[in-house]
Design a protein around this ligand. Structure first.
Ligand code: FAD
Length: 470
């Protein structure tokens, strides 16, 4: 291990998901002493996997999107010696709406053409009317609903986004920030649709976010297990089942982290702290404690939790879709995935496992519901899906994930600003990744953030030996 002058300060990384492990792997490769502290008993965070009977299951489908060549190259480097262990594939995603499957990203053109003509006519007239009205009078676009109706008219908005959004977030769309809408529902141009219908100019209605993915033969977790091994081979530590009790800071700098692992307490000094755990939890661990003002705003950042109901069936193929969204409000589940369509060998031969995703508030009736009752709800959903009606369930298992989705309510950015300001006040603390930045991002984003954090530490250190990262 290199311990040259100015390069021997330990970096502690909180969280062994894609962001934390990428940062730690890069730092360890550069010879930095690194300790990763993870509360769970395995690595990979939301992108990990777990064994169930003869299957290896992900926490919902988890393909790695090939959007940034540099980041994809970093993942490929983990498979340099056995490239065949990394599969490549193309997205094949659908949307189930009004008893029909539509390709995803959803094309407004396809939706209107395949739904009944009365609904199509109504959607077009509404669109013309809202376009006119919004030209004549000012109507604020300050929430998800007003943003969507302004762009699509109420019928199309409700069909394609509104109902689904309220089902996923368990709150009225009026209470969701328009920033979320502009990020998630981008690229639909209704005028392009009208032009296309009038055959003026044919063009795609939706910009595609990503099409190609990579995925390990052994399952999503394999990427993170390889990262863990690389960190350890370079002299780093990855500690699992860790309970962090306090993060000490003094004079605007983190000094040490106190935690318990394998029944023993430890206080580890550090020169830098990279945190990928939820920002609001990070604030509550700081000692001395932050101001009541900062803690109040941290407590206002909220999440939705996720219940995954896995059902084993004895039918090897149900549909071609890797996953599909259930847009109609009468479904309890939001999405169904068929992991066999990503990597068949992860599922025992002759069988299949379908994953149903249900969002909820932590501790609400769904969260507290007995597993058998959740499976009953899923059975009811299956009975409403034309090609799933006849399928028998052989067995099932349920996984609950707290704080899975960040809620972008109308005030979230105001609360987040206060929290991030507080964190920025501590020079050697980097809060990053999905949870650390309160972002609903993808894996490649978290990997990039991890690598950027490592770069920042290396750069700062060699330039001036410290300093505020932002
Ligand atoms: C159902 C679902 C499907 C998804 N599908 C895809 C997909 O197909 N492709 C894609 O690119 N992205 C997908 N994502 C997003 C992807 O899972 C995340 O972007 C990614 O895992 C974020 O990585 P991260 O390291 O930033 O955070 P996380 O994966 O959340 O890792 C954070 C880690 O911190 C640990 N931690 C939390 N609190 C503490 C604490 N107090 N002490 C110590 N450790 C702690 C957690 O246990 C976890 O291991 C999906 C997300 C969900 C919910």
């Amino acid at each position: 291990m290199k311990t040259g002058s100015g390069r021997d300060g330990r970096v502690i990384v909180l969280g062994a998901g894609p962001a934390g492990l990428s940062a730690a792997m890069r730092l360890a490769a550069e010879g930095r002493p690194v300790t990763v502290l993870e509360k769970k008993g395995s690595v990979g965070g939301l992108s990990g996997s777990f064994p169930w009977k003869g299957h290896t299951l992900d926490y919902g489908p988890h393909t790695f999107h090939m959007k940034e060549p540099e980041i994809t190259g970093f993942i490929r480097s983990l498979y340099m010696d056995d490239p065949a262990e990394l599969l490549e594939g193309k997205r094949n995603i659908y949307v189930y709406l009004k008893k029909r499957m539509f390709h995803y990203p959803l094309s407004a053109f396809e939706v209107l053409m395949r739904l009944n003509p009365f609904l199509t006519a109504r959607a077009i007239i509404e669109f013309m009317l809202v376009s006119l009205i919004y030209k004549l009078i000012y109507v604020p676009e300050d929430n998800f609903e007003s943003w969507g109706i302004r762009r699509f008219g109420r019928t199309l908005y409700n069909l394609c986004f509104g109902n689904y959004t309220e089902k996923v977030w368990k709150m009225p769309a009026k209470e969701i920030s328009f920033r979320f809408a502009s990020e998630k529902v981008r690229g639909i141009d209704f005028m392009a649709l009208v032009r296309k219908m009038l055959r003026i100019r044919g063009q795609s209605l939706l910009t595609s976010f990503w099409t190609d993915w990579i995925y390990p033969v052994a399952g999503s977790y394999d990427i993170y297990e390889r990262m863990r091994k690389a960190i350890v081979e370079n002299g780093g530590e990855v500690l699992l089942n860790v309970s962090i009790s306090r993060i000490y800071h003094d004079n605007g700098k983190i000094t040490s982290v106190e935690f318990e692992t394998a029944g023993a307490g430890r206080k580890a000094p550090c020169e830098w702290l990279i945190s990928t755990i939820p920002v609001n939890s990070l604030l509550t661990l700081l000692h001395p404690r932050p101001s009541d003002f900062a803690l109040y705003h941290a407590s206002k950042l909220s999440y939705r939790s996720l219940i995954l109901v896995y059902v084993e069936i004895n039918l090897e193929k149900v549909h071609d879709a890797q996953w599909f969204y259930l847009l109609d409000e009468h479904f309890v589940s939001n999405r169904v995935s068929e992991q066999r369509n990503i990597r068949p060998s992860m599922i025992e031969a002759g069988k299949n496992v379908l994953t149903f995703e249900i969002t909820c508030r932590e501790n609400d009736a769904l969260w507290e519901m007995e597993d058998t009752k959740l499976v009953e709800l899923v059975k009811e959903d299956m009975a409403k899906i034309a090609f799933m009606k006849e399928i028998d369930i052989l067995d099932s298992t349920v996984v609950r994930i707290g704080n899975a989705y960040e809620v972008y309510d109308l005030d979230f950015d105001r609360h987040l600003d206060v929290v991030m300001d507080h964190i920025r006040g501590i020079q050697n603390l980097i809060s990053t990744g999905r949870k650390g930045l309160f972002l609903q991002n993808d894996i490649h984003d978290s990997v990039r953030m991890g690598l950027d954090s490592a770069k920042l530490i290396a750069g700062k250190h060699s330039e001036n030996g410290g300093g505020n990262p932002r």
